[in-house]
Design a binder for this molecule. Structure first.
Ligand code: DX5
Ligand code: ZN
Length: 224
């Protein structure tokens, strides 16, 4: 099994760079490389789709030569389809677009795959998983937001546990192997419950980067 195979059985951990020390990005990336992290989660915000602005493609370009883990890019932007060629050029492994930002979602996920990337569809906390019935067979992963996107360090929305279980049931019913990723408020308390409900990939920002021992915290999440 390879570290970026979507068929791996063990759950994956994707630390979110949003909570890293931006004055020491090289050190943070090297820490991720040495850790048991499976992917690096990268949050790109435009100040329009979400009420915040994070970082953009020049930062991905700078870390790419150092990073040995696959890039899991979460676009919190309007018209995410515009950025498919740039993210493919940067070597993105997984490109996540929001359902709420994509008028022609099928066209967008097809174009993401045609560009050589895995396609992820992201749902805001208020968006029902039932809306995925007619697209789920065409995507590699569903990213469920367990906080309202735009900021790290928010409180986990409890309803995400039921949503995860409902999505897992849909994936099983259709005989698919679509991954479920959860983003927001993941910690020692919420992670085991999410895994039990069917999550395959856990994003963790503050819980990892603000801990006294980030590699140890990644190891702890990986061991659950
Ligand atoms: C929020 C981002 C998350 C964020 C998670 O809009 O999508 O990836 O970094 O941060 P924590 O784990 O601190 O809630
Ligand atoms: Zn994210």
């Amino acid at each position: 099994m390879t570290p970026n195979s979507v068929a791996d059985m063990k759950h994956k951990i994707a630390p979110s760079l949003l909570a890293a020390d931006f004055l020491n990005l090289e050190r943070e990336v090297m820490m991720i490389n040495r850790s048991e992290a499976d992917w690096l989660h990268l949050d790109i915000m435009d100040g329009v789709f979400v009420p915040n602005i994070s970082f953009g493609f020049p930062v991905l370009e700078a870390i790419r030569p150092l990073l040995t883990k696959p890039m899991d890019v979460h676009l919190m932007v309007v018209e995410p389809q515009k950025f498919i060629p740039e993210l493919a050029r940067l070597g993105t492994f997984m490109m996540n677009v929001h359902y709420e930002a994509s008028t022609h979602l099928h066209r967008t996920v097809t174009a993401i795959r045609d560009a050589g990337m895995q396609a992820g569809v992201t749902l805001n906390p208020h968006t029902p998983v039932a809306l995925l019935e007619d697209i789920i067979a065409d995507v590699d992963m569903v990213l469920l937001m367990s906080v309202n996107p735009g900021f790290g360090g928010q409180k986990f929305i409890e309803h995400t546990i039921d949503k995860t279980a409902a999505l897992k049931e849909m994936i099983a019913r259709k005989g698919l192997s679509t991954l479920i990723e959860i983003d927001g408020g993941v910690n020692r308390e919420t992670a085991p419950r999410l895994l039990k409900a069917g999550a395959d990939v856990l994003v963790a920002g503050n819980y990892v980067f603000r801990s006294p021992d980030p590699p140890g915290t990644i190891k702890e999440l990986k061991a659950l």
